[in-house]
Design a protein. Structure first.
Ligand code: GTP
Ligand code: MG
Length: 149
């Protein structure tokens, strides 16, 4: 417990977000399988994009305290089925990524997360300018304290 499961489509920015929050060098490498670190469980975007993998996300969610669901602001589509958040018995935090890019559409990203049954507030982030990371760092610290107790 005290861990966070990152979910989102392929290339949504799960691994980059994790690297930022763990103060690691942000470098691109496709995630191929479940990846466990002290705080995060990262997974390949395929687990959300391909419904026959949903069970992996659901099983893995039993090992975490909360789920962070990412939506790429530049993607004109969602991989979250309606009310997907309701299949998890854990709090879900909505995170919008890549808000630095010109084609980012914040309103559309918000609507996809709402459609997925996730409730606001959502966090808008960019690994390029660091926007949105302060509140996420605080969440990670709070979970660290929970875990260390
Ligand atoms: N401009 C911009 N690019 C980003 C941002 N976050 C991630 N990226 C880029 O998006 C690409 C995919 O990022 P990843 O973090 O690997 O995405 P992922 O969700 O882990 O993808 P999978 O492992 O395939 O599921 C990389 O080239 C990142 O540099 C962001 O906030 N802004
Ligand atoms: Mg990844």
């Amino acid at each position: 417990m005290g861990k966070i499961l990152l979910i989102g489509g392929i290339g949504a920015g799960k691994t980059s977000l994790k690297q930022m929050l763990m103060n690691e060098q942000v470098s691109y490498r496709k995630t191929q399988m479940l990846d466990f670190s002290q705080i995060f469980i990262d997974c390949p975007g395929e687990y959300l994009e391909i419904p026959r993998f949903y069970h992996v996300l659901i099983d893995t969610s039993h090992q975490v305290s909360e789920i962070w669901a990412l939506q790429d602001a530049t993607k004109p589509r969602t991989f979250y089925p309606p009310k997907f958040a309701k299949v998890f018995n854990k709090p879900i935090i909505g995170i919008i990524t890549k808000v630095d890019l010109p084609k980012a559409n914040l309103e559309q990203a918000v609507s996809y997360l709402v459609y997925a049954g996730i409730t606001e507030p959502f966090y808008s982030t960019s690994i390029v300018n660091g926007e949105g990371f302060s509140p996420l760092r605080l969440r990670v610290e709070a979970l660290n304290e929970l875990r260390d107790r």
